[in-house]
Design a protein around this ligand. Structure first.
Ligand code: IPE
Ligand code: IPE
Ligand code: MG
Length: 225
């Protein structure tokens, strides 16, 4: 069983187009799916789940869609935090907070604070996340700290990333048939296993979770040794 599963939740719009629905309906259906997937991975004993919800590149989408995605995040946080807390889930955010609407920043901070001592599962939401931005930010912080260049190693560098304290993902899942990382967890995915499925994110159900975990269990991981 993987300790940490990270998911690139892709295909909301194609799911909607197939049904002659709006892009917004697709994103809503994708959001509805999050609860189900969190529950299924939780039951399987996965301790860390990370969801890629909005990339640094996604700002280039139509302004109305960006606004909708922000509203979706706001409503999810408002609606789900209490339940996640009751179920022992610790929430984290990966990425930049400073470009999100002010109220949303506060809501995210409040959810993180409320759930900080939970230990059944850690759910990290990558929102305004970019792997390259994360690495550059880490380098910038090290320079600001006047870190000793000769003392810098991979572990020390890793502590300056958004994912400080999280284990590297064992399994990265991408839905909707695309086989690329799209700037997700570039540093952390060095030894991850990848699982790609043509299934669109809103259709990625408990059965699909089971298939992904089965595929993972059949991989031989050598870590170069
Ligand atoms: C993933 O679905 C959600 C986000 C990137 C916010 P898409 O919106 O990328 O849907 P497709 O890939 O165009 O179908
Ligand atoms: C990647 O999906 C980002 C998220 C799932 C949040 P995209 O749909 O934005 O990626 P590209 O543009 O197909 O690479
Ligand atoms: Mg996409």
């Amino acid at each position: 069983m993987p300790t940490h599963v990270a998911i690139i939740m892709d295909g909301n719009v194609r799911w909607a187009e197939k049904r002659h629905l709006s892009r917004l309906k697709g994103h809503r259906a994708g959001t509805e799916n999050i609860r189900r997937v969190v529950e299924t991975f939780g039951q399987s004993g996965v301790k860390y789940l990370t969801l890629y919800a909005f990339s640094t590149e996604n700002w280039q989408r139509p302004r109305s869609e960006v606004k909708e995605l922000m509203q979706i995040l706001a409503s999810v946080i408002g609606r789900e935090t209490k339940e996640m807390h009751q179920r022992g889930i610790r929430l984290r955010h990966l990425g930049r907070l400073d470009r999100l609407p002010g109220r949303l920043q506060e809501e995210v901070a409040k959810s993180i604070e409320l759930t900080r001592n939970n230990d059944r599962m850690t759910l990290s939401v990558a929102f305004d996340y970019g792997g390259r931005a994360e690495i550059v930010e880490a380098a910038r912080r090290l320079l600001h700290e006047n870190a000793d260049p000769d003392a810098l190693d991979e572990e020390a560098f890793g502590r300056h990333l958004y994912t400080d304290g999280l284990p590297d993902p064992d399994l990265i899942i991408r839905t909707a048939g695309e086989m690329r990382l799209s700037n997700f967890l570039l540093w952390q995915s060095a030894y991850s296993e990848y699982y790609f499925t043509p299934v669109y994110w809103p259709d990625f159900d408990a059965e699909e979770v089971r298939k992904a975990l089965l595929a993972f269990s059949q991989r031989a991981r050598n870590f170069g040794a």
